[in-house]
Design a binder for this molecule. Structure first.
Ligand code: ZN
Length: 135
């Protein structure tokens, strides 16, 4: 498993800076800090891994998690303008709580207005763990 720092090094500088700032503010808030520790679950993703994810919910069991094939996702770019976030809870489990992600999204967007949150995407497919910078 890659460390958080190594994952962040694969991100474009503006995204890495926004994440670092959002994380700093999160940890500086006693209520948020107790709610969970933000972690990067995905940043750069190889085209091979993207193709594996694409199969999920199609030729493999599980829910559909992506509409992009290998090479089509912003996660496949080097450096990548996209990263996915979850939360490490006190009991050691990992949470994708929509409430926590929306709170983290507010800090990400405050840190850099170029940050787009997958939870804001139009249409039915919301990708709440997903953040990316455009432009
Ligand atoms: Zn993503």
């Amino acid at each position: 498993m890659q460390s958080q720092a190594v994952r962040l090094r694969h991100a474009v500088p503006s995204l890495a800076a926004a994440y670092s700032e959002a994380l700093r503010r999160w940890m500086g808030d006693p209520v948020l800090r107790l709610a969970g520790l933000p972690i990067i679950t995905e940043c750069y993703r190889s085209p091979e891994r993207q193709d594996e994810l694409y199969k999920q919910g199609r030729s493999k069991p599980g829910p559909v998690v992506t509409y992009k094939r290998g090479g089509e996702s912003n996660h496949n770019k080097v450096p990548t303008p996209a990263l996915d976030v979850a939360f490490l809870l006190a009991d050691g489990s990992v949470s994708w709580s929509g409430l926590l992600l929306s709170k983290f999204a507010r800090l990400m967007k405050a840190a850099d207005a170029r940050v787009h949150w997958g939870g804001d995407w139009p249409g039915d497919f919301k990708d709440r763990p997903h953040f990316e910078v455009l432009g």
